[in-house]
Design a protein around this ligand. Structure first.
Ligand SMILES: [Zn+2]
Ligand SMILES: [Zn+2]
Length: 363
């Protein structure tokens, strides 16, 4: 796109606190070297945004929420910008971008834990009047600032399949790395929301010998079967003696965490990633942990490589799993306030097409 056709403003749905949003027109930023401007072609509504507007999670406002999205490069700062593989981005390229933007210089970044950078910025969580106002996906355009990870989207991956990769799928890649090798392992997944369904597919794809999924929602259990579960049931139907090598909690429910811990066999490993808002403490028997050689680890956010791995996974498994069927028919940006509630039935994500005033699904 040449300079004459570039828009000068973006249309955004700014979150103004509580459950309130306001449609605003904001100026596009001047791009620094290494930065890019992209359209947002489809944004999906992650559960954490719903937590934010319900007050379970704090965030600055006014701000533009939305951190699961896919779009196209519109313009680039001096010197251009690259995707994860170092390929020079061009106007028109379809891309997704990371949730976190790290400084790359602090002790944590140097130790490879950029997800916990001391100067961390987060996509869809920055104040509108700050120096990264256009940080969220619920807008016609997003400012891809220096330090954000950009991953190219293969042609065969639809917008609906690509958008949730930026949070849900990439986080699951970090979770499953923490879980260790999965070949021949018995795996328990607690919580069959978007992350649980992705985890189910990853465990199956990586050769787990059994994939047990627990959730209270029958629609989600039905999805779990379709995404590779060998056993999907409500938590209270656990047969006595369920023993697994790996337990992954994506529910954040204290009872589910206790039950998952109880199911760990010798040398079992539990990865917690669902507990992202305050909840009751859980008691873990230290003697059992010692004698059974158990380990428990937590995962929050992900590293740049996980975003690329997640896109590769969705691309590689596009024939096996109906990724885009997990996303509801998109709506116009103006309807966003109505979409900020948990999805029901077989839908795991609501979605908006910010650049359109009408409702339709893109490829
Ligand atoms: Zn998210
Ligand atoms: Zn840092």
């Amino acid at each position: 796109m040449d300079k004459q056709t570039l828009p000068l403003t973006a249309s955004v749905q700014a979150w103004t606190g509580g459950s309130h949003f306001r449609n605003l027109t904001v100026n596009l930023p001047a791009l620094a070297p290494g930065e890019a401007l992209a359209t947002v072609d489809l944004a999906t509504v992650c559960g954490s945004d719903i937590h934010t507007i319900s007050g379970r999670r704090t965030g600055p406002h006014p701000s533009i929420l939305g951190h699961e999205a896919v779009g196209r490069i519109v313009s680039l700062g001096v010197g251009g910008a690259q995707d994860f593989h170092g390929r020079e981005l061009q106007p028109g390229d379809r891309v997704i971008w990371s949730v976190t933007v790290a400084c790359g210089r602090c002790d944590r970044c140097r130790a490879g834990v950029t997800a916990k950078c001391v100067d961390l910025l987060k996509t869809g969580h920055e104040p509108l009047d700050g120096d990264w106002g256009l940080s969220g996906g619920y807008a016609s355009h997003i400012h891809l600032r220096q330090g954000i990870t950009v991953v190219s989207v293969p042609d065969k991956v639809s917008d609906a399949a690509a958008a949730p990769v930026a949070c849900a799928t990439a986080t699951v890649m970090a979770v499953m790395e923490a879980a260790g090798p999965l070949t021949g392992k018995r795996v328990l997944i607690s919580g069959a929301g978007m992350l649980g369904i992705v985890a189910c597919a990853v465990a199956t794809h990586r050769g787990a010998s059994a994939v047990h999924v627990r959730d209270i929602n029958p629609d989600r259990l039905a999805l779990a079967w379709e995404f590779g579960a060998t056993d999907a049931a409500a938590p209270n139907t656990d047969r006595p003696g369920l023993a697994v090598d790996i337990a992954v909690d994506l529910s954040g429910a204290a009872k589910a965490v206790e039950s998952a811990f109880a199911s760990l066999d010798i040398a079992g490993r539990m990865v917690l990633a669902g507990s992202v808002s305050p909840g009751p403490a859980v008691s873990l028997d230290p003697e059992r942990m010692v004698r059974s050689l158990l380990s428990v680890t937590g995962v929050h956010n992900y590293e740049p490589k996980h975003l690329q791995e997640a896109m590769d996974f969705v691309h590689e498994t596009r024939e096996s799993y109906q990724w885009d069927a997990l996303v509801e028919e998109p709506r116009a940006l103006a309807e966003l306030p109505l979409l900020m509630q948990p999805p029901t039935g077989r839908s795991l994500r609501k979605s908006v097409i910010p650049t359109l005033g009408t409702t339709r699904r893109t490829s």
